[in-house]
Design a protein around this ligand. Structure first.
Ligand code: PRP
Length: 201
């Protein structure tokens, strides 16, 4: 089995959990591939793409999966990476979603954001960014942002106020659809192992 893991906030918990099932050697230095080629490190938004296109198993947040809708098998939600995707505005300009008509919204999640505002009948303009989205709000480039909130410390530091939660987020196990068939035994035993919650502590 080959694994693709996200380089950011989910990496440590992903490795800790998988190592309870299988010995994993991580890439070292600037390398993105472990010595035996079994572990790949990718950007969080690219993990589902690698799994869809042939890497056997990956771990990604449900935010990224919802945004990309990859054609992969998702057998399991994992017990880490818990956070939420929320809308935030500068705290001296508090406003409800229903009053956001014409707002420019900066986000890494254009599809989720578009769907959310459409479902509320609010017409917004999207500014797609790839990180540090808070900057768009504090510079006035955007009127609001849609971004991940975990401890809310980043919002506080930047004087932003959480208007509303769009979705809860958790890490997910992703499996390539072909691997699910041709490596069924191996993958099934990984999934069954992880399903037993006592392995998670
Ligand atoms: C995420 C998110 C916020 C921050 C929220 O950024 O975009 O900036 O974490 O966490 P907090 O509520 O605990 O402060 P991340 O570090 O994943 O990188 P990014 O800014 O490049 O998206």
């Amino acid at each position: 089995m080959r694994f693709v893991l996200p380089k950011g906030r989910l990496l440590k918990d992903s490795v800790n959990l998988l190592r309870k099932f299988i010995p994993l050697e991580l890439p070292t230095g600037r390398s993105l591939v472990s010595r035996e080629g079994k572990v790949l490190l990718a950007r969080a938004f690219d993990v589902p793409v690698y799994v869809e296109h042939g890497i056997d198993v990956g771990i990604a947040g449900s935010d990224v999966v919802e945004e990309l809708s990859p054609d992969v098998f998702i057998p399991l939600e994992l017990p880490f990476g818990k956070c939420r995707l929320s809308i935030a505005v500068p705290k001296d300009n508090r406003v409800d979603v229903e009053r956001m008509d014409g707002f420019r919204i900066a986000t890494k999640y254009p599809r989720i954001t578009k769907k959310f505002f459409q479902s509320r009948g609010v017409d917004v303009e999207l500014i797609e960014l790839h990180g540090s989205v808070e900057l768009a709000a504090i510079t006035g480039i955007a009127d609001a942002i849609v971004d991940i909130v975990e401890t809310a410390q980043t919002l506080r530091v930047h004087g932003l106020w959480e208007v509303e939660k769009i979705m809860d987020v958790s890490a997910l196990l992703l499996v390539n659809r072909v691997a699910q068939k041709i490596k069924f035994q191996e993958i099934n035993s990984l999934v069954n192992f992880l399903k037993e919650g006592d392995k998670w502590n």
